[in-house]
Design a protein around this ligand. Structure first.
Ligand code: FNR
Length: 379
């Protein structure tokens, strides 16, 4: 049966991926309180049903950082996507380009910036984590610029990683050496299509962008250890300036959940923010993004664009986030599930589905243009 909802894509991904990968995508940190809140708080928002408002022509398009997009939506950076499908980042970037929405390439991707640039037909965004080695960071920024990346998404909510219990239980984390390898191999052979297509032929362990500083380490455990050693917990607002002087195109700060931080980002020259708690994968117990967003939108007061992510699982959820004050949304797990389930075609179909759902949500709420979506749509 073809998936008709994001939850169908999730189930298809569960059937397709080895357990340790599905749990990595699906899980959140600690008790997963914030992960659950992201979904539940958005879902709990009632939308006003408005009638007889001529919705014969509905325009779902929006402008995101100077470029027209078919939807007020971008694919969020999702690390290790080259493990979910063969050369997964290229597949997702192609689908996003075909659907007319931006794709964001994670720092920690299997495919390098250059490989995605060669394979995708539209400019994409590049996501950066602050790594201790500033010369390497400067080099990454130059590579992204050279490859034509049209915006930088600078993620600031991971000075240190939150623990995800599911990753320990699946053997992805905390199982170094042969023991962990064997557990993952055992899970992989139970998914022969994945093992053949991605595991054996997809070169999933290449980690294109950070390969130069991994010093020959290639195991997944080595990679997480490297992240722990090299992500810079000493980063402060002063470092934004360092990034700003090396990146002249739009700079979007991702991982803002507090109005004070939003004001700070604005004061320091950010071109936009992503209201995000990393999909409930970092501070467990933090506010859901749906709850945090209105106060942030009030603080920003339309002086810069706001994207929001966390829990977006339908076209209706896009409308809800916009009604709360966002100019656009990012989706993370939704596209990771679709890529896992059906590669590039899966991501394309999922985006078509979100677009159709968003269109209907707009029509039934009585609005014909994205710019008409505001808080008055909520009951
Ligand atoms: C992420 N996220 C993320 N964010 C980021 O800035 N860089 C990254 O490399 C990653 N990696 C990553 C991997 C996986 C498997 C997930 C699920 C998420 C966070 C992501 O960009 C986004 O903020 C959330 O996924 C949004 O929540 P939803 O849409 O997944 O509910």
């Amino acid at each position: 049966m073809k998936p008709v909802s994001i939850s169908d894509y999730r189930q298809a991904a569960r059937r397709r991926l080895p357990r340790f990968l599905f749990e990595y995508i699906d899980g959140g940190s600690y008790s997963e309180t914030t992960l659950k809140r992201n979904v539940a708080d958005l879902e709990a928002l009632a939308v006003r049903q408005r009638v007889l408002r001529n919705v014969s022509v509905i325009d779902t398009s929006a402008t995101l950082f100077g470029a027209k997009a078919a939807l007020p939506l971008a694919l969020a950076p999702v690390g290790l996507s080259g493990l979910y499908g063969r050369r997964g980042e290229v597949q997702a970037a192609r689908a996003a380009a075909a659907s007319g929405v931006p794709f964001t390439l994670s720092t920690v991707s299997a495919c390098s910036i250059e490989e995605v640039a060669a394979g995708a037909s539209a400019p994409f965004w590049f996501q950066l984590y602050m790594i201790r080695d500033r010369a390497f960071m400067a080099d990454l920024l130059a590579r992204a610029d050279e490859a034509g990346c049209s915006a930088l998404v600078f993620t600031v909510d991971m000075p240190m990683p939150g623990a995800r219990y599911r990753d320990y239980r699946s053997g992805l984390a905390g199982a170094p050496g042969l023991g962990g390898d064997l557990r993952r191999i055992f899970q992989a052979v139970q998914r022969p299509a994945w093992a053949w297509n991605v595991g054996l032929h997809g070169r999933p362990h290449t980690l294109g962008n950070v390969a130069p500083v991994l010093e020959g380490r290639s195991g997944i455990e080595d990679f997480f250890a490297w992240m722990g050693e090299n992500f810079d917990p000493g980063v402060t607002w002063d470092d934004l300036d360092w990034v700003r002087t090396r990146w002249r195109k739009p700079m979007i700060i991702k991982g803002v959940l507090d109005p004070d931080d939003a004001r700070q980002a604005l004061d320091l020259g950010a071109d936009g923010i992503v209201v995000s708690n990393h999909g409930g994968r970092q501070l467990d117990g933090a506010l859901s993004t749906a709850r945090a967003l209105p106060a942030i939108a009030a603080a920003v007061d339309r002086r810069m664009p706001i994207l929001a992510d966390g829990g977006v699982r339908s076209g209706l959820d896009i409308l809800r986030m916009l009604a709360l004050g966002a100019d656009g949304v990012m989706i993370g797990r939704a596209w990771a599930y679709a890529l896992s389930a059906g590669g590039s075609a899966g991501v394309s179909r999922m985006l078509d589905m979100l677009k159709a759902e968003f269109r209907v949500a707009m029509g039934l709420a009585g609005v014909a243009a994205v710019s008409d979506i505001d808080v008055s749509l909520l009951a």
